[in-house]
Each structure stands twice: as C-alpha cells, then as structure tokens.
Design a protein around this ligand. Structure first.
Ligand SMILES: [Zn+2]
Length: 83
C-alpha cells in the first residue's frame, strides 16, 4: 500500500464523464501533444484520457500535471527574458 494514486499507461482503459458528450464514457489513455490555452506552445507526449466516443480529451491524470508545470515554467522563463 505505497501508491494510492493510480498510474496509467498507454492503452489503459477507464471510465469518465466526458465534457463533450456529457455522459459517462469509456476512455483510453494515450500520449498527445496538448496545446496551452494561450495556443503559443504545446506540452509534448502528455498522457491523457481520450473519450472513445468523440476522441476528445476527457482528463489529464494527476501524474501528467508535473509535465504541464514544467513546460509552463519553461515558457514563462522564456517570456521573462524578452525585452
Ligand atoms: Zn466524448
């Protein structure tokens, strides 16, 4: 009982509420390049849950958020160096 957070891998199946379908759908985990809201950059190879019905991204597992923070830190430090 060391890890309580489930760890997902490529191709893992799960179920989640899809914000696009507004229903409980089955999801598949896969790696995607996720664009930031700003649209200026993407997070490469982020493991996310994809809706099997509409292929939309349903969730980014907690294990993936450090990658987002890391990429955001990189982005903000780049922007900070601009004149
Ligand atoms: Zn969906």
């Amino acid at each position: 009982m060391t890890a309580k957070i489930p760890f997902f891998l490529d191709g893992d199946k799960s179920k989640a509420i899809c914000p696009h379908c507004k229903a409980l759908v089955s999801t598949t985990f896969c790696r995607r390049d996720i664009p930031f809201e700003s649209g200026n950059d993407v997070v490469k190879d982020l493991l996310v849950a994809v809706c099997d019905t509409c292929r939309g991204i349903v969730a980014t597992p907690a294990q993936s958020t450090p990658a987002i923070h890391e990429a955001k830190d990189k982005l903000s430090s780049q922007q900070g160096s601009l004149p």
